[in-house]
Ligand binder design. Structure first.
Ligand code: ADP
Ligand code: MG
Ligand code: MG
Length: 869
């Protein structure tokens, strides 16, 4: 026989598939002895069976539900429909993955015209009893029967207005009694039948409604956006009611065990005295910060705090806890892993590690790439911000900063995004229907709601910056809002600061990324685990500094040709390549040497004495040659040559296929004086910086594009000659290395020969991939996309290392190279090196370092550490 029902006392947190997340955790907390109202769970299997067999509760299920209800009665001493002591329950959905606001809950089920009287006299609190009943009527009507919530809400609003009241808690027993009558009338009118008085009928209808809600549109959209399977189904939890709306020593609230925005320790959340269910998140009254509870109900606050701490330790995760206090007694109604910002995610994991809640391996493995990525995202530039005045502010609900055009509906936002605009969604408040609109927005602002409102929770979860509860904002209609005199129209550009809660008109520049403290600590830990080191591809002092701040252990690739793109230098460089004689070249080189030496000095200083690999010139010549008559004329004038001289020389140098032309070491062989000049500048700069700063500069000179061992040996010895000259002149000794890039397939095959002359290899995977696959780096995206669509390539080989081709060549080169030179240092630079998918392969290659662009360093280090676990 199939088992469709489990008591809370029978399940555990591992059974999320069967009991749903909420049910599994209610069971776990019951097992831990926490104050959880008793109840039972109807399984997800029952849901799927129901949905696949004509939406019918089979008798077997009903029997098991009734059985569990009996047990609930035995435990609580309450019975359905009982006039002495009526059993009231909540009916709560809960699937495997938390889907906030997607499925609905019915509270106070079991009340009817009779039992409400029993509840009133039992509790000696008539107001409370009718408040419960009207809630049941409303939730049942809305959730189970699909009626409009506003039909009900309007009645309350009207009643308050007539009586000149502002808040629900000011309404009296008589008021609620009147509302109950009106609700029953609405129910009757709309559905042409009475509200069911039989608690068991209520229960079955509610269970069916929860099962059915698995397939409602909001739930489907949420699942699609979050990649959740449609075949999981939802469980239904039936639980004895406890009452936060009993009076001033009762209340209900939601807390996070730590701050979900920044990650600071300590409870974070909100509560309402004398309230029930979702009053806290619905914005009926403004909830109080949880810290106020420490004064209002200190004992309960302490108990809640210690339960949250226990839950954190037990689950080894930050918890999002729902609680209710009934007449000073605390009950826990739900716990789950709390949604958090990326910043909070990192901070919390580090704190857990320091507090001994998780160990180092768990810390390393649990950090997610998306959080790391987001932690690196820029905020508004601080200086730019100083000169700006915000026109609106609210609660800083989700940090980060963004600029975009205002739109007032999810549809308009989605359309604008499709047109390529950046969007700021502006709403009175958001609801689950808006999630698609939120997902496409850069920022979300609302005029109502608190830190746990829908907009706040969803934006935080998606890492979208958000400011909520902007009280001065009035959203007038679908294309307009006002803030005092100011008007926001559709398309108005707004800048939103989710960290300060301030909103500005117009665009504000973003700041450069700043390293966070958390990242520094993580680098130390990653370095302990990763087998391979990570260096930066960088040549400007600014990029080098960024690389160092982001955890680089050195510079793996500084491209000297990048130093010549600036206008005045471009001229010098053109003079060099257009020179007619060695003398003329040497003349230019003398100037260039001074310029380069200065560059290298800045580089060494920025690299703080860490190993620095400088690649000698590898200019694809076509990038430097003058183009067209105007440029010929200009260059001729500037260089004191004739138009025809320039044109002739340029024509001579022009290549049909410059990528396979006169570049790299070809240049070094033809004009040894150029590489000699560079080597001198590298060494002399190192001597000077060593002397001036005391840093032990370790230059690594890298020769690009090697084909052959003889070719390399010849250029190496000419460079060494120059270096010795410099060292002699400076009367200094300095340790340096000379190695080569391996980026041509032939070099891989003759790696053993080359390694006899080289101190290190560095694989340039961009060129190596281009040549190994015979696909141009610049022209092949179309081909590669086509191949990926056709399933011929799984990935773009320029982004993810092609293991079986390029990887095999690398393996061969490493083996052959190390055979003759066991000390050969091996690195890899190029985009593909840092891709998480490439890293597992590289980890097995016994290489010393990878080198990548600065912003990719943290993730590369993290992946290396995770992979090494
Ligand atoms: P959701 O999945 O939308 O959070 P829940 O099932 O958690 O829905 O129910 C929403 C709220 O209803 C809870 O936060 C709690 O305040 C209230 N609630 C649910 N069950 C009970 C109960 N047995 N007693 C009192 N309040 C309850
Ligand atoms: Mg809810
Ligand atoms: Mg809940």
């Amino acid at each position: 026989m199939n088992r469709w029902v489990y008591l809370f006392s029978e399940g555990s947190k591992e059974q999320k598939d069967l009991l749903g997340g909420k049910g599994a955790n209610l069971a776990e907390m019951t097992k831990l002895g926490l104050p959880v109202p008793t109840g039972f769970t109807v399984t997800t299997e029952a849901c799927l069976y129901y949905l696949n067999h004509g939406n019918q509760l089979i008798s077997d299920m009903k029997d098991q539900v009734m059985d569990a209800v009996e047990k609930l009665s035995a435990k609580t001493g309450k019975k359905f429909g009982d006039m002495e002591n009526p059993l009231l329950v909540s009916v709560r959905s809960g699937s495997k993955f938390s889907m906030p606001g997607m499925m609905d809950t019915v509270l106070n089920l079991g009340l009817n015209d009779q039992t409400v009287a029993a509840l009133a006299s039992n509790s000696q609190n008539e107001r409370f009893a009718y408040d419960c009943y009207r809630r049941l009527l409303q939730m049942f009507g809305n959730v189970v029967m699909g009626m409009d919530n506003s039909d009900f809400e309007n009645r309350i609003t009207a009643l308050k207005k007539v009586n000149g009241l502002s808040f629900d808690n000011e309404l009296t027993a008589d008021h609620w009694n009147q509302i109950v009558s009106e609700y029953k009338e609405i129910y009757r009118k709309k559905l042409q039948r009475e509200f069911p008085q039989d608690p068991i009928e209520q229960l079955y209808l509610a269970i069916e409604a929860v099962f059915g809600s698995w397939n409602n549109q909001r739930a489907k959209t949420y699942r699609r956006l979050h990649d959740i399977s449609d075949d999981l189904g939802t469980a239904v939890n039936i639980q004895e009611m406890v009452f936060g709306n009993f009076g001033d020593s009762s209340g209900t609230g939601v807390v996070f065990s730590r701050n979900p925005s920044l990650g600071d320790p300590g409870l974070f959340g909100e509560y309402l005295i004398n309230a029930q269910g979702e009053d806290v998140v619905a914005g009926v009254r403004t909830p109080k910060p949880i810290q106020v509870l420490a004064d209002e109900l200190p004992e309960q606050f302490q108990q809640l705090k210690s339960i949250c701490e226990d839950l954190e330790k037990h689950y080894q995760d930050m918890q999002d806890v729902e609680f209710t206090i009934e007449r000073e007694k605390l009950f826990i109604l739900q716990t789950r892993s709390g949604k958090r910002t990326s910043k909070a995610a990192l901070t919390i994991l580090l704190d857990f590690y320091k507090e001994g809640i998780i160990n180092e391996a768990e810390l390393v493995s649990r950090i997610e790439a998306k959080d790391l990525e987001a932690a690196l995202h820029p905020n508004f530039d601080e200086d730019a911000l100083k000169n700006r005045v915000s026109f609106l502010s609210g609660l800083a609900a989700s940090p980060g900063a963004a600029t975009g055009a205002a739109y007032f509906t999810a549809e308009a936002a989605t359309e604008a995004k499709a047109r390529g605009e950046r969007v700021v969604l502006v709403r009175e408040e958001t609801s689950p229907e808006d999630i698609e609109g939120i997902a496409v927005s850069e920022a979300v602002i609302t005029s109502r709601g608190g830190m746990t409102s829908h907009a706040a929770v969803v934006a935080r979860g998606m890492g979208i910056c958000s400011v909520v509860g902007c009280e001065r904002l009035t959203v007038l209609e679908e294309n307009k809002a006002t803030v005092g005199e100011e008007v926001i129209e559709e398309g108005t550009i707004l800048s939103v600061d989710g960290t300060s809660g301030k909103i500005y008109f117009g665009e504000i520049p973003m700041e450069e990324v700043t390293n966070t403290v958390a990242l520094d600590e993580l680098h130390v830990i990653w370095d302990r685990h990763a087998k391979i080191k990570v260096r930066a591809n960088a040549e400007t002092p600014k990029d080098i500094a960024t690389g160092m701040a982001l955890g680089a252990v050195g510079i793996g690739l500084a491209r000297t040709e990048h130093m010549f793109f600036e206008k005045s230098r471009l001229l010098q460089f053109r003079q060099l390549i257009l020179a007619d004689s060695l003398d003329e070249r040497l003349e230019v080189l003398k100037d260039l040497k001074q310029v380069q030496k200065q560059d290298f000095k800045f580089m060494y200083e920025a690299a703080e004495g860490k190993p620095t690999t400088i690649r000698l010139l590898d200019p694809p010549l076509h990038e430097f040659l003058p183009k067209g008559a105007d440029e010929y004329r200009e260059v001729a004038k500037e260089l004191g040559k004739t138009y025809n001289e320039v044109k002739r020389k340029t024509d001579n140098l022009a290549e049909v296929n410059p990528m396979l032309g006169f570049r790299g070491l070809r240049l070094g062989v033809a004009y040894p004086e150029i590489y000699q000049m560079q080597a001198e500048a590298i060494i002399e700069a190192a001597c000077e910086v060593t002397k001036e700063t005391g840093l032990a500069i370790q230059p690594e000179i890298m020769i690009p594009f090697t084909i052959d061992a003889q070719e390399f040996a010849r250029v190496r010895s000419s460079i060494e000659e120059a270096i010795q000259r410099s060292l002699k002149e400076y009367k200094q000794d300095l340790s340096y290395q000379i190695g080569t890039m391996i980026e041509i397939p032939r070099a891989c095959f003759v790696a053993d020969e080359i390694a006899q002359h080289a101190d290190f290899f560095s694989f340039g995977t961009n060129d190596l991939t281009q040549m190994a696959l015979g696909l141009s780096r610049d022209d092949s995206p179309r081909i590669i996309n086509q191949y990926m669509e056709a399933g011929i390539f799984a990935d773009d080989p320029f982004q993810v290392l092609d293991e079986s081709g390029v990887g095999a060549l690398m393996k061969l080169a490493i083996e052959r190279g190390r055979q003759v030179n066991p000390k050969l240092k091996i690195g890899i630079c190029g985009e593909a090196a840092a891709h998480p998918k490439s890293i597992a392969f590289l980890n097995n290659l016994a290489i010393d370092y990878i080198s990548c662009s600065p912003f990719r360093i943290p993730q590369a280090k993290m992946t290396l550490a995770q992979d090494a676990l």
